[in-house]
Design a protein around this ligand. Structure first.
Ligand SMILES: [Zn+2]
Length: 139
């Protein structure tokens, strides 16, 4: 399935880029953006594992990742990051579905290997990278 991962590729293309997430980790759209003028959170993608953000993400195809396993990963990330507390509820289910739907919307709108950035709900593609270049991710 197609998912979003953090990448350091094209970091610095914008002067206000940042990359604190772990390159290669799954990312999602933060639950909310604050309203502080100049705050970079409206440009960040949140890491499932690190809970840290990056302004650059990539659409990748992970054929080994099933929808069910992906949902488990979403629930795990949201739970560890404090978004799902006090047991399971309909509200929690809605939140999980929203996070998954946002990722699916973007990954179905951009082709695999697209490098993307965001500003609030606006998504832009910075370009498409060759798969071989992925190998340099973590460097
Ligand atoms: Zn903010």
């Amino acid at each position: 399935m197609k998912v979003l991962i953090a990448t350091s590729h094209t970091q610095g293309l914008r002067a206000d880029d940042y990359h604190f997430a772990v390159a290669g980790e799954l990312v999602y759209f933060p639950i909310f953006d604050c309203e502080t003028p100049g705050c970079g959170c409206i440009r960040g993608f949140a890491g499932f594992a690190s809970a840290k953000a990056s302004t650059t993400a990539m659409v990748v195809d992970r054929p080994d990742l099933s929808q069910a396993d992906f949902e488990v990963a979403v629930v795990d990330a949201l739970s560890r990051q404090g978004w799902l507390t006090e047991g399971w509820s309909e509200e929690h289910e809605d939140l999980v579905e929203t996070v998954i739907a946002e990722i699916e919307f973007v990954t179905s709108s951009y082709e695999t290997n697209s490098l993307i950035e965001r500003e609030g709900n606006g998504i832009r593609c910075r370009g498409i990278i060759h798969p071989e270049e992925h190998l340099g991710w973590a460097a």
